[in-house]
Write a protein that binds this ligand. Sequence first.
Ligand SMILES: *Cc1c(COP(=O)(O)O)cnc(C)c1O
Length: 431
Amino acid sequence: MAEAPDLAAALIAKNFWRDGAGVLHIGDRPLTELADAFGTPLFVYDADLLRRAYRALTTAVVGFAEVDYSVKANPHPAVIRVFQGEGAGAEIASGAEFDAALQAGVPPRRILFAGPGKSAADLDRVIAGGIGEIHLENREELVRAAAAAERHGVTVRVALRINPGATAQGGAMRMGGKPSPFGFDEEEMDAAVAAVAAQPRLRLIGLHLFAGTQGLKADTLLGQWAYGLRLAAQMAERIGRPLETIDLGGGLGIPYFSGETALDLDALRAGLPPLIAMLRADPRLAAARVVLEPGRFLAGPAGVYVARVLAVKVSRGHRFVITDGGMHHHLAASGNLGQIVKRDFPVVAVAQTEPSGAGVSPCTVSGPLCTPLDVLARAAPLPDLAEGDLVAVLQSGAYGLTASPTGFLSHPTPAEVLVDGGRAEAIRARG
Ligand SMILES: *Cc1c(COP(=O)(O)O)cnc(C)c1O
């Protein structure tokens, strides 16, 4: 029967807690109180959980890589600021994300710009703002970046994003050889290096390799990273000087579905010595800054999406819990953000009087929109719920609000609340 209780229970045990009355807390705040104070639906993020994820990862990769934050996962400046406070730089993919990172206090030198379609206007904006690096993905933007650098009279540090070739292995998985809009194909690396060399305003300082998102296997990530280091050595050979940056991308996963297990950071750490040795042994790479830029791993576990029950109905034997929240705020949970198989995110009752697992039965949690796509869970094991009760979608700190079609059906946008040290602050008002 139950699809997700194990994962949900494990996540609650790890990241949250229930008081004696069964009310779910984030940080030290009961979600019932936050829902009353800020209105529903709402997103709540716990700054301590953001920090905890950042520290766990930096500790695992210490001596190998620095960890920056990929802003698109959750671009709220208050969230970026938490990572900035931990020492993270930022990876941005638009001019507006550049501004958000600056607003959060990230020094422009610590910001890098990736993304397959950088406009002339965004290139102007980041270059004028003194961005650290631009990671180029095609010839047209290479030329646009050179022109923008010329307009500003500066030399811009650039890296080339490479789409790996057919021989690339990420652990047991073949990771390369596929057509992609991202980056230059590995087969074109030499030509791309020459194209940068032909632009006096661009200085090639590194390589960027990002093979895929939601990696839950340490082996796969280590395999991708090792491949990235080998490609970096080739690039350094080609340009005849050491690299300054090797960006191995983000893509570290978090468990969303029952049966998925968290990325094993100990295994990741245990697999790093050969990679570190590879860097140290190669004078062209030894001084390079290796960068990881995860988004989901850092922000995902720290967020919950809270919605209030508007109605409960049984239709031909199946229970539907209809809430004020839905796909317009949380497209990923609805299964419509690129998922091939629609599976349920961990969804729980905010107040659960019975012990976990007791008195629950599967139900569909659907939203207020007039479309059958608006479903938050298809078989969530939830207790009896009534109008006014609250449900929470866990693992909702990344690719939530800003990855959702908020304009669809013109409902208000939800509030976003950051809990930090017992204090809850609305970082975005309900709109
Ligand atoms: C989206 C993105 C990331 C972050 O990906 P996650 O899967 O959230 O870690 C990192 N780098 C680039 C270039 C991206 O486009």
